[in-house]
Ligand binder design. Structure first.
Ligand code: 13P
Length: 281
């Protein structure tokens, strides 16, 4: 069934847990994520990032996400991740997404405020919640150029947060505090104290990006300080890739892609199951 972003975050607040927000640009990731939500009977967010348009367009994978979420016994949010333009967010809402993130983190502050506010207004007409971003997270979900290491000079400043939340009306705020998108090239050093300060300054749930690749202890300590939505992609998709590589190495005679897809879905599901056991404990 479909639920809103606010409903999912309220659940997390009441249960003192984190909501898994899984990027599902392919059917393999999508089926694995929904199966895990159903098995644990917990709210989960399936999301499509604008950067994954090269994998599948939002008009192609979006309706599949929405339909499977509607049919599911688990409470699911269908969320646009890292929307970089107002037009992209509108494209998502047009195909049934019921939640959005506007990422203006690389824009000048005033422009970020103005565009995020516009998205909050558009989403508000439908009753949808919006995630904004302040502070810069290194890297993208995939592709070259990811440093794999956090840069403290780009962390979110608590002094900016209250004004941003007030001026935009966001439901939740993505912040930079030590995680990075993509593969970690050095052990992550999460600034837990900063998470607590950001949560207190903004008064809204904090969103962790670059959430895959951390330990259960790191998730739980972040949740304790105020993280409520954990964005998760790279290591789930890597688990699928590793399973496909293993199958090919062990069975070089494999000649249909479907066999790789089945192996990848199973491995992705195992990866997400371990995440769910930690986040919703
Ligand atoms: P990872 O790919 O590093 O898990 O990050 C996912 C993310 O933050 C999506 O917005």
């Amino acid at each position: 069934m479909l639920i809103g972003l606010r409903d999912a975050l309220d659940f997390a607040e009441t249960r003192n847990c984190g909501i898994a927000a899984v990027n599902t640009p392919t059917l393999e990731l999508l089926l694995a994520a929904i199966k895990v939500a159903e098995r644990h009977d917990v709210p989960l967010i399936v999301q499509h990032a604008q950067v994954h348009e090269t994998v599948n367009a939002i008009e192609d994978i979006g309706p599949v996400m929405v339909e499977l979420a509607r049919r599911s016994s688990a409470p699911l949010v269908v969320h646009i991740d890292h929307g970089e333009t107002v037009e992209y967010i509108e494209r998502g809402f047009a195909v049934g997404f019921n939640s959005a993130m506007f990422d203006g983190s690389r824009l000048p502050y005033d422009e970020n405020v103005e565009l995020t506010r516009q998205v909050v207004e558009i989403a508000g007409r439908h009753g949808f919640g919006v995630e904004g971003e302040l502070g810069i997270m290194p890297g993208r979900e995939h592709g070259p150029g990811a440093s794999g290491v956090a840069d403290e000079t780009l962390y979110t400043r608590p002094a900016d947060v209250a004004a941003f939340v007030q001026a935009t009306g966001v439901t939740a705020l993505a912040c930079s505090f030590g995680t990075v998108h993509g593969l970690y090239k050095a052990d992550p050093k999460i600034d837990y104290e900063l998470i607590g300060e950001l949560r207190r300054a903004g008064g809204v749930p904090i969103v962790m990006h670059g959430g895959s690749g951390l330990s259960c202890a790191e998730y739980r300590a972040s949740i304790e300080r105020g993280v409520r939505k954990i964005n998760y992609y790279t290591y789930a998709d890597k688990a699928g890739m590793d399973a496909a590589k293993k199958l090919l190495a062990e069975h070089p005679e494999t000649h249909v892609f479907c066999e790789l897809a089945v192996a990848a879905t199973k491995a992705t599901e195992e990866n997400l199951d371990a995440l769910a056991r930690c986040l919703y404990a």
